[in-house]
Design a protein around this ligand. Structure first.
Ligand SMILES: Cc1cc2nc3c(=O)[nH]c(=O)nc-3n(C[C@H](O)[C@H](O)[C@H](O)COP(=O)(O)OP(=O)(O)OC[C@H]3O[C@@H](n4cnc5c(N)ncnc54)[C@H](O)[C@@H]3O)c2cc1C
Length: 482
């Protein structure tokens, strides 16, 4: 019998698992896919918003500002890439100026530190690539950029290392409330748990429907992106937003923690929450909007287009409260943007709700070991590299040439607390395949290493989700050799 079962292991489920692993609780995490961080957490703008967008008094405002403040320390402890680069919201006309004033006042009321309304000249001094048509800007120095899937994986790894049980390929199909505990039916078996935390993102509504009905409806909203090569990575050095509208925070141009430039997203309501296709009209919309802020943004430098799907609901705020129909289930629903930025604070608040509103006993786990280290070969000094290679020659063998990722780092990822079973799982952990050739060169070598280290046939190594088979049969020569 588990004390608490978390359904869904995106950044929200992982943050809550990480937080709960600091207490003497028997925690289970159920994730439908073959890895963590494969839902909305994998495909978003990766911005740690400062917290001026949400309306004052909302849970979103409180948790965004708190999450943003927590992020630097958390990412340092967990060896996750993060940079506090700050953000600018641009105004192009008088209507935008009024919007800037509104979000500035929101920000002040929400307690966002260092907010400043600045002139167009000052904004262009900070970011010379900005359009001449900018008339004013809002400067938020506390905003940052983060590796979103890296954060989720790190939190889930530390949780697992501290005793949390993670079951992958365990989509929940039915929940029975037996009064004192739940029976949870999944693709990997039936589990018993006293409490449930619903963190299923776009599928939260389905989980609610298994326990008496959902108090909200979900409308998936897709956002498409360009990811530009590192040669464009310095086009701007801060996050450049336009004024927010009813459909979201608009198209941004921003550096990424990996050194690329990200451009997007648009917002389009869609029927299928799994639909992450990119479309010509969607990308054209993104291109036009991005050029309004940064006219010389070089979209020919694009190395990848991708799309993410927002869990938009008919609620304007996050919902983090016990279910009205099944009170031992905590709803963590409607976690749209700024869900990533807020995630550490959402986890803290969820734990408070479990204790104060639902009676879960929280006793500190004295054996909890925080923190995580990760070798990042390309960031080391020549002396550090030499020392590492002398200890383990696998670090002297570069597999991903675009990103300088070594075999040692890939092997580390394979033997991490949540071993990946796919080439993209390696990409999300070690960074191999993130560069200009997008795995064209290193993909077959990563496949070989995965097959060797996991003792699996090459035909069983996936590109990403279940079903994404790469090799269907061997050639006469036995296929690619590492
Ligand atoms: C285009 C876009 C841009 C964004 N930009 C930002 C940004 O810059 N900053 C920011 O703060 N936020 C941003 N967000 C929002 C942020 O990405 C989300 O708030 C956050 O990733 C939500 O995480 P999650 O864990 O709730 O959802 P997910 O990552 O989707 O995780 C939910 C998990 O539940 C699993 N699941 C579903 N059903 C079941 C089931 N029945 N059984 C078991 N498991 C199940 C899924 O497989 C999935 O892994 C953006 C979102 C989008 C789409």
């Amino acid at each position: 019998m588990y004390d608490v079962t978390i359904i869904g292991c995106g950044v929200i489920g992982a943050s809550i698992a990480y937080t709960l692993s600091q207490y003497k609780l028997n925690v289970l995490v159920l994730e439908r896919e073959n890895d963590v961080a494969t839902g909305t957490t994998k495909a978003n703008s990766a911005i740690v918003h400062a917290g001026y967008d949400p309306e004052p008094g909302t849970l979103m405002a409180k948790l965004n500002v708190r999450g943003c403040a927590m992020m630097e320390d958390l990412t340092r402890r967990l060896s996750v890439e993060y940079k506090r680069v700050g953000s600018l919201v641009l105004a192009f006309d008088e209507a935008d100026r009024a919007t800037l004033q509104h979000i500035y006042e929101n920000g002040i009321a929400n307690g966002v530190p260092g907010l400043e309304m600045i002139s167009a000249e000052k904004a262009r001094e900070m970011e010379p690539a900005l359009a001449d048509t900018v008339v004013a800007a809002l400067w938020a120095p506390s905003a940052g950029i983060v590796d979103p899937w890296g954060l989720c994986i790190a939190e889930a790894e530390v949780a697992v290392r501290n005793g949390v049980t993670l079951k992958l390929r365990s989509g929940v199909s039915a929940i029975r409330d037996l009064g004192e505990h739940y029976e949870i039916e999944t693709a990997s078996g039936t589990y018993e748990s006293r409490y449930i935390v619903n963190c299923a993102g776009l599928w939260c509504e389905d989980i609610c429907n298994m326990t008496g009905g959902a108090p909200f409806t979900t409308t998936p909203s897709r956002g498409e992106y360009y990811l530009l090569d590192k040669s464009s990575g310095n086009t701007v050095s801060r996050v450049i937003f336009q004024c927010p509208s009813k459909v979201g925070k608009g198209v941004l141009v921003a550096p990424t923690v990996h050194g690329n430039l990200i451009v997007g997203p648009n917002a389009e309501d869609i029927a299928d929450p799994f639909d992450v296709s990119c479309t010509a009209p969607g990308l054209a919309e993104v291109a036009t909007a991005a050029r309004k802020s940064v006219p010389n943004v070089n979209l020919r430098d694009s190395i990848r287009n991708f799309a993410g799907v927002r869990a938009n609901t008919n609620m304007s705020d996050f919902m983090i409260e016990p279910s009205k129909t099944s009170p031992r289930m905590l709803q963590v629903c409607g976690i749209k943007s700024p869900g990533l930025a807020s995630s550490p604070a959402i986890a803290e608040y969820a734990a408070e709700q479990l204790e104060a509103m639902m009676g879960v006993k929280f006793e500190k786990n004295e054996n909890f070991v925080d923190g995580r280290t990760q070798v990042r070969f390309r960031k080391m000094s020549p002396a550090e590299k030499a020392e590492l290679v002398a200890k383990n020659p696998l670090y002297g063998r570069v597999i991903c040439r675009c990103e300088t990722i070594t075999e040692g780092e890939i092997v580390d990822a394979i033997h991490s607390p949540i071993p990946p079973c796919s080439i993209d799982g390696i990409k999300r952990r070690a960074g191999a395949g993130m560069g200009r050739c997008q795995g064209g060169f290193c993909g077959p070598r990563v496949l070989e290493i995965l097959s060797r280290e996991l003792g699996l046939d090459r035909k069983d190594i996936l590109q990403d989700k279940d079903g994404t088979i790469i090799i269907t049969g061997e050639t006469k020569t036995g296929g690619a050799k590492a």
